[in-house]
Design a protein around this ligand. Structure first.
Ligand code: PXP
Length: 246
């Protein structure tokens, strides 16, 4: 059964709307863990628009599960990762002008730089994961650069405009994760997943963990973070959950 790692970047985004000290993503991480999350994810962006270095250090010190650090494959970020030593680093493409990560990392175009980052991270005892599109050539390249994990980008599946496109994207995901698993890569999946569309991925047994942020934090605004995380875990485990206030 797949696990759930909760991305708490959006809590920091709300904090940065006022540039004060609340709400704190570190508190959100602790609450997510208490609700049963298997891990916590943050993206330390080069412009520090939401998560700050302080958050990263405090998370490393306080969380009880696993810390997955999303970051660009740059010298500055690799240096920080080697100091903080999260459980896993997920290398992602990063553009300053984007609202959120757009598309997976192009491993073929960036092979040299990614190979070097993966080697440094692994030498430092950190699991190296690569956020890539569900594409066989990208998966094979992830294997060639000695990554431990891939995180398959589910954005196109989630944004599909009709059933035909959704089926096509689902098929790409299934083919890719099967290839990754065959190559003994660990498999995570994420981006754009919510309480509805995740149901179609639950039968894809190769996926070890889902990485979810926006939909959980959005629901938390209305039902509270504890309930929002519990509901997502129940969905992933195909369990029923006691409704709020009963
Ligand atoms: N995985 C990666 C690599 C991401 O960049 C993000 C967004 O920060 C997510 C997963 C989570 O996506 P969402 O917020 O749409 O659930």
């Amino acid at each position: 059964m797949a696990g759930l790692s909760v991305n708490v970047d959006h809590v920091a985004t709300i904090r940065e709307a006022r540039r004060i000290n609340e709400p704190d993503p570190v508190t959100a991480a602790a609450m997510s863990e208490l609700a049963g999350a298997d891990g916590i994810i943050v993206h330390l962006r080069e412009d520090r628009r939401h998560i700050k270095d302080r958050d990263l250090w405090l998370l490393k010190e306080t969380i009880k599960t696993k810390l997955n650090l999303e970051m660009a494959s740059t010298e500055e970020m690799v240096k920080i990762a080697l100091e903080v030593k999260p459980h896993m680093v997920t290398l992602v493409p990063e553009k300053r002008e984007e609202l959120t990560t757009e598309g997976g990392l192009d491993l073929i175009a960036n092979k040299e730089r990614v190979t070097e980052s993966v080697a440094l991270l692994r030498e430092g005892g950190i699991l190296a994961s690569l956020f890539i599109d569900p594409d066989i050539d990208q998966i094979k390249t992830a294997h060639r650069v000695s990554a431990d994990f891939v995180e398959v980008h589910t954005g196109r599946f989630c944004d599909a405009e009709d059933r035909v496109e959704e089926e096509k994207e689902l098929e790409r995901i299934i083919t890719s994760v099967r290839m990754a698993s065959k190559l003994r890569l660990g498999v995570n999946a994420g981006h754009g997943l919510n309480y509805q569309n995740i149901k179609r991925l639950l039968g894809v047994n190769e996926i070890e963990e889902f990485s979810i942020g926006h939909s959980i934090i959005s629901r938390a605004v209305f039902v509270g973070l504890d309930q929002a995380v519990r509901e997502m875990i129940a969905l992933i485990r195909c369990e029923t959950i006691r409704p709020l206030n009963t």
